[in-house]
Design a protein around this ligand. Structure first.
Ligand code: COA
Length: 155
């Protein structure tokens, strides 16, 4: 349940979600993933894509690639009307469960230097800044911070 009494359910991404996720990408990002790019993840064996539904409606999604024992988060986004209700938290918890069940060593991601909200979100989940990529983003050009969360072991 979120703070307004609606129930958040996290499920695997399915074909029926793609149209809404294309809209979400367009709402959130200056270089959004296309419909076809999202569809191709449905058959990508490395893809761990999860969708959060609030009372049956698509509220947000997260996409991760699982390579050997490392995860790489491609994107996480929540429709603006559903933000600050724990939707992204539910999505990250689903990835966290997946990482532990699959003995992953770490999860990494890039985030715009100016995207303080996302950085605060990741810090809440113990991601730490481990590097910097110059001019990683376009529209507008901006550096990326590389953030990683480690799951013990050698890391
Ligand atoms: C970042 C994003 C996914 C967070 O989604 P959300 O569902 O609103 O997040 P939650 O409600 O689960 O918030 C969890 C925590 O994140 C942080 N957070 C989320 N929104 C915040 C805000 N507006 N200001 C400050 N901290 C914020 C807080 O620590 C929050 O915990 P709290 O509510 O106990 O304070 C959402 O803002 C979004 O879609 N942004 C646009 C897309 C984007 O920037 N994606 C990241 C690309 S790298």
């Amino acid at each position: 349940m979120d703070e307004q009494g609606q129930s958040i359910t996290v499920v695997e991404m399915q074909p029926k979600h793609i149209e809404a996720l294309e809209r979400l990408e367009q709402e959130c990002f200056s270089t959004p993933w296309s419909f076809d790019a999202l569809v191709s993840e449905l058959s990508n064996p490395l893809a761990v894509f999860r969708v959060a539904e609030l009372d049956g409606e698509v509220a947000g999604y997260v996409g991760m690639h699982h390579i050997v024992d490392e995860g790489y988060i491609c994107n996480i986004a929540v429709f603006s009307q559903y933000r600050r209700r724990g939707v992204a938290t539910s999505l990250m918890q689903a990835l966290d469960d997946y990482a532990r069940e699959n003995d992953m060593a770490s999860i990494s991601l890039e985030v715009r230097e100016s995207n303080q909200i996302a950085q605060q979100f990741y810090e809440k989940f113990d991601f730490e800044v481990v590097g910097h990529r110059k001019h990683f983003y376009a529209n507008p050009t901006e550096d990326a911070l590389i953030m990683t969360r480690s799951y013990g072991g050698l890391f």
